[in-house]
Design a binder for this molecule. Structure first.
Ligand code: COA
Length: 260
């Protein structure tokens, strides 16, 4: 479906799988991956036949081993700071309206962990290892790591991961709530696709509004969040999918949601 150099995009029924395809560099994120990731998401956003995205890395060793360190040499404080205002793969995922699942098949480090954190759900293989090793390079996370990791696992755990730069294994990541599920590598793809397909059958507008409401929880206080939730809940009542969902329940049949 795509003509990208560093990623591939495959549509499997209602689910699109984006694979970062630099296995010889453990799928490190260079500027081309960011640009192609942003472009792919923009195409998939407009494609109504795609309801859920899965992002993974090529090979059996690594999801993403971080930012491409070889690109750091030529970068200045100004180029790095401008990243905040640019469309990166991270913020395209974060603001993507449809659910995005990280399928983590090995090293999930630095920018790789930050990319996984920008996704809505994380499913990992037993061999996956997680970390924010930037401190070992004399730098710190810059792709959302200090913020999203803290929201997800709490300040104490985030501090230890970021200040030591050490990796944690998949069972620890599961215990911390950093990932939703851990499976043997051989089952990772089937289990992740099962989850993706299950979500892809739900009402697309309600999925989008639910995602928006949940994400708002970490950006607001409880009163603002509850107000936003009820507004979004009310919007669901204007959709054909709500009519279909309620009718299907009453008629004891499976709903057929159209995203309208
Ligand atoms: N950027 C650029 N290249 C990377 C990379 C990264 N983040 N991570 C791995 N690579 C490259 C290696 O340079 C090597 O390339 P080469 O074969 O041309 O020399 C190749 O990927 C394989 O990596 P290698 O280090 O040989 O594998 P390993 O199994 O011995 O170690 C890691 C795996 C993940 C522990 C190690 O590669 C590593 O520490 N990577 C950097 C992780 C990091 O600091 N990420 C945060 C960046 S801010």
């Amino acid at each position: 479906m795509s003509n990208y150099e560093t990623i591939s995009v495959e549509k499997r029924d209602k689910v699109a799988v984006i694979t970062i395809n630099r296995p010889d560099k453990l799928n490190a994120l260079n500027s081309k991956v960011h640009a192609e990731g942003v472009a792919a998401l923009e195409t998939l956003r407009k494609d109504d036949s795609v309801r859920v995205i899965v992002i993974t890395g090529a090979g059996e060793k690594s999801f993403i081993a971080g930012a491409d360190i070889s690109e750091f040499a030529g970068q200045t404080p100004v180029t790095q700071r401008n990243l905040f205002h640019e469309k990166t793969f991270f913020n395209s995922i974060d603001t993507f309206p449809k659910p995005v699942i990280a399928m983590i098949n090995g090293f999930c480090l630095g920018g790789g962990n930050e990319l996984a954190l920008a996704c809505d759900l994380r499913v990992a293989s037993e061999n996956a290892r997680f970390g924010q090793p930037e401190i070992n390079l004399g730098i710190m996370p810059g792709g959302g790591g200090t913020q999203r990791l803290t929201h997800l696992v709490g300040e104490g755990r985030a501090m230890e991961i970021i200040l030591t730069g050490e990796m944690i294994d998949a069972p620890t990541a599961l215990q911390f709530g950093l990932v939703n599920h851990v499976y043997p590598l051989a089952e990772l793809e089937a289990k992740t696709m099962e989850l993706a397909n299950k979500i892809a059958e739900k009402a697309p507008i309600a999925l989008q509004l639910s995602k928006e409401a949940v994400k708002f929880a970490s950006k607001s206080n409880l009163d603002e969040g509850l107000r936003r939730e009820v507004d979004l809940f009310a919007i669901c009542f204007s959709t054909e999918d709500k009519t279909e969902g309620v009718a299907a329940f009453l008629e004891k049949r499976k709903p057929n949601f159209q995203g309208k």
